[in-house]
Design a protein around this ligand. Structure first.
Ligand SMILES: N[C@@H](CCC(=O)N[C@@H](CS)C(=O)NCC(=O)O)C(=O)O
Length: 261
């Protein structure tokens, strides 16, 4: 915070391992806004946020200066309004349009796809769940939360449409999406320092994807993976390979080291 800036008070509601919630955390950190984090259990979070009268029942939800906001994109805009430096959006109108388009795509296409892949993978190996709650303060002990998580994981898989067919299609589309992100980096829409709102939106999803050993090799060595690690260096959680090898094949073929391009 600069000497002339008024202190801001913020409380951020998250679910451990939530990628859009991580995007919001990084926005607050980059702007130097201290915040209290409230960790919620998935599914149960919905009732809690509704009872707290947020505009919607998903995380990230934020209370700042007495205002209640839900959604990573709304939060980015409000934080830029309250604390303009460093900006999350470019001041040049054309550049802003490009960043907003990448941000919108990141939220509406990549974010739900990574969520589907995540819940499908975690249903195959629930033991990995505990690693995503590292450092979280839940109302029940983490061990107990994980041991009793089967209905929650099943509900997430159902609510997010994370069935095998959808996830296989997501994995088939992922190489093209990674190329699209690499292209945005080459064009300068993404990848500058400090990260903009689209960097954080997209990096949060790729960072969660990189906690899955099935996906990390295809992402980490590309410009998209490097941008991700710069924008979001730390993300709790790790899942060993669990997805059927045939599903990963399109991704393995797209790994730069094996590419013929
Ligand atoms: N697109 C919204 C979506 C947020 C969203 O769906 N968040 C998930 C966690 S990643 C959530 O709150 N899910 C409720 C639940 O898991 O019960 C955003 O970017 O803020």
């Amino acid at each position: 915070m600069r000497a002339t800036e008024t202190p801001l008070e913020a409380k951020l509601y998250v679910i451990p391992g939530s990628h859009p919630a991580m995007a919001a955390r990084r926005m607050l950190e980059l702007k130097g806004i201290p915040y209290k984090r409230v960790d919620l259990m998935p599914v149960i979070s919905r009732g809690a946020l509704k009872a707290l009268r947020f505009p919607s029942n998903t995380v990230p939800s934020l209370v700042i200066e007495g205002r209640k906001l839900t959604g990573s994109r709304d939060i980015a805009r409000e934080l830029d309004r309250l604390r303009p430096e460093p900006p999350l959006f470019p001041s040049d109108p054309d550049e802003r349009v490009a960043v907003e388009e990448a941000e919108r795509w990141g939220e509406s296409v990549l974010q739900p796809a990574v969520r589907r892949i995540f819940w499908n993978a975690l249903q195959r190996d629930r033991a990995a769940l505990a690693s995503y709650a590292e450092g979280a303060r839940l109302v029940v002990p983490i061990g107990l939360a994980v041991r009793t998580a089967a209905p929650i994981v099943a509900a997430e898989k159902r609510m997010n449409g994370a069935d095998d067919e959808a996830v296989r299609a997501d994995l088939g589309a992922l190489p093209g999406w990674l190329q699209r992100i690499d292209d945005w980096i080459a064009e300068g829409v993404l990848g500058a320092e400090p990260p903009n709102a689209a960097d954080l939106q997209i990096a949060a999803s790729l960072r969660l994807a990189m906690t899955l050993d099935d996906l990390r090799p295809a992402i980490e060595s590309r410009p998209a993976g490097q941008m991700t690690l710069r924008a979001i260096p730390d993300f709790p959680g790790h899942a060993p390979p669990v997805l059927p090898p045939a599903w990963i094949e399109p991704l393995a073929q797209s790994e730069p080291a094996r590419s013929t391009r």
